[in-house]
Ligand binder design. Sequence first.
Ligand code: WTA
Length: 645
Amino acid sequence: MSDGEVFPVPKAWAQKAHMDAAGYEAAVAEVETNPDAFWTKVAGRLDWMTPFTQVKDVSFEKEDFHIRWFADGVLNVSVNCLDRHIAERGDQPAILWESDDGLMARFTYREALAEVCRIANVLKAKGVKKGDRVTIYLPMIPAAAFCMLACARIGAIHSVIFGGFSPDSIAGRIQDCDSRIVITADEGLRGGKIVPLKRNVDEALKSCPQVTDVIVVRRTKADVPMTEGRDAFLPDLKQGVSDVCEPEPMNAEDPLFILYTSGSTGKPKGVLHTTGGYLAWAAYTHELVFDYRPGEVFWCTADVGWVTGHSYVVYGPLANAGTSLMFEGVPNYPDHSRFWEVIDKYKVEIFYTAPTAIRALMREGDEPVLKTSRKSLRLLGTVGEPINPEAWLWYHRVVGEGRCPIVDTYWQTETGACLASPLPGAHPTKPGSCAKPMPGVKFQLVEADGAVITGAASGNLCITDSWPGQMRTVYGDDQRFFDTYFSTYPGKYFTGDGCRRDEDGYYWITGRVDDVINVSGHRLGTAEIESALVGNENVAEAAVVGYPHDIKGQGVYAYVTLKADVHPTDILEAELKGWVRREIGPFAAPDVVQFAPGLPKTRSGKIMRRILRKIAENDLGNLGDTTTLADPAVVEDLVKNRHGA
Ligand code: WTA
C-alpha cells in the first residue's frame, strides 16, 4: 500500500533540534541496554527535594501487578513548574491569556507563583489537606491553571471537569471521588455566549451533600446566587492572604490529579496520575515533540478540562519554563480568522490543535488564513483523533506555508502525555501517521486472539512495558484498572485502538476498536449516551454507535426503540437530542436519532453493534451474517428507515 507523500526533515531542524535521527536511535537503544540510566535522565530534568534511588518498579502480571516510578523520590509539582524558574525567568510570562472577547492578560512566573500561593493558602484555610480531592469546574482562564497548581502545592488532588459538562455529569464526578470543595466561576464566556457555570454547580450540588465549600472565581462578574455558609468569592477569600506558601513535600507516587474519562462500559473512570512520573513524562515529551526551548510562545488550544490541557497547557510547558497561551474562545468567533489572528497577536511559535478544528476551518477556504501573517510559527501539532491526509496537507501548506513540520501526537488520558509522534528533527512526516513511539514506549501489534504481529500489518495496539506517565489506577477501583487495560492481553497494556504499521515501521492509528467514540476530539462512551437516552420516559431501549463525519471525525448515531404507546415524531427526535445535551453535555448530543421498532440481537439477547455500525456508515453491502439474529427482519426495517435512506 502506498502512503502518499513523505515530507523530509528540514535540514535546519535536523541540525538544531533536541533530538535528531541518530539521537532517536541512540535513545531507543539505551532503553534496551541501560534503562535505568535512560529513565534517570528523563526524571533528572525535575528538581527533587529528595533524589530518587529507585527507578522503575513495575509488573503488568496479574499475580504481582504494580506500577511504581522513582518511588523513593520526593518533590513538589508547583515548585517544578514555578519556583525553580524564578531566579532566571521571574519576569518572563508564564501564562498569556486571550479572552473570548479579545482581551489580553499576562502573568510572569513571579506573579503566577504569588497567585498560586495565595490560592493554596485559601484552600488551607478551608481545611484542605494533602490527599483531599478538590473539584475544579472553570472556564479557560488563568485561574484554572493557578488552582490546579495551588492544589499541587499543598498536596491536594485536583479533579478538573470540562466546562461543557452538565450538572448531572458534575455530580457523578464529585460523588465518585468524594470531593468536599468545588472551585468554579460565576459564568464562562465562549463564542460570545454565557456558560452558566455557577448555576450548573448549584444544580449538581443538590445531590452532593458532602460539599462544604464552593469557591467562586469572578469571570463575568454577573450576579449569581450564593448559598450562605457554603459559597464565597475567591477575591474576598484572598483578602489579606499571604503570597507565600511552603510547598508540601510529595512522594513521587503520591497522586497529583484525577481526570474522568469515558470507557466502553459503565460510568466514566477516574484516571489517577501521580506526581513524579507524570510530570517527568509531560515535561520530557513537551520538550522533545515540540522541540521546545524556554520562553518560546506555545499555544495548545485544548481546554484544561481534558488531559491535553493538563499536560500541554499547564504542566509540560511550565515545567519547561515555557510561555503558555491560554485561549478562552472558539475558532469561529467572531470569525474564522480567530486562531490565525491570535497567533499574530502573541507571536505564537508552536501551535497545537485538534483535527476537528482544522477540518472546520479548512471548509471556510484559504482566505481567512491568508489574510493573516503567521510568520512567527515554526511548528504545528495535532492531537486527539486521526487526521485525514487532506486536512493534514491543508494545515501544512496553507497554515504553515509549507515551512512548519507537523507533529501528529497520539496518546490518551491514561498515558499522561504523548506516546507516539514524529520528532521534528528526527522523523520525516507522512500525513496521517503518528510516526514512531517516544523513546521508552514499546508498541506491539497483536491479533484479536493475542498473537503477536510483526512487520507491516494491522492489529490491536498494545504497549508491552511501562513508561513514567502511565496512569496508576482508576480512582477507588484497582480491579477495574487491571480488568480494563491488562486483562485482554495478559502482561500488556491494551490501548483500545486499532493500528497499522507500514514498511518503514511508521504507525497509523485507525481508531477505537471498543465502544468508545471520538466526536470532535471529545472522547465519549456509547454506553453513557445510551444510559442517558433510556433515562428518558419515552425510551424503551437505545443503542449508540459512531459513524464517519466530515468535520467531527465521528458523529453520534442513536437507534432508539420507543415505549409501546409512544409514537415517533420529529418533535420527539429533537427532544431526545436536547435530552442528551442536558444529561451529559452539548458535545454528546446525537447527530442522528433513528427510531427503530427493534434492535438486532443475538438469540442470547446481545445487541449486534457491528450491524448497527455498518448501517450508520451506510455500508449496507457488508452487513455480514445476519442469520444468527433472533429476528433477522429487524435489520430490513433498520436499513429501510435509515436516516438519509
Ligand atoms: C484517539 C487525548 C489518532 C485514540 C490525548 C485514543 C488519536 C483517544 C490521536 C484518546 C492521534 C488521540 N491519532 N487517534 N494523534 N490522539 N487519539 O483520552 O483513539 O481524550 O485512544 O486523549 O483518542 O482520547 P483522550
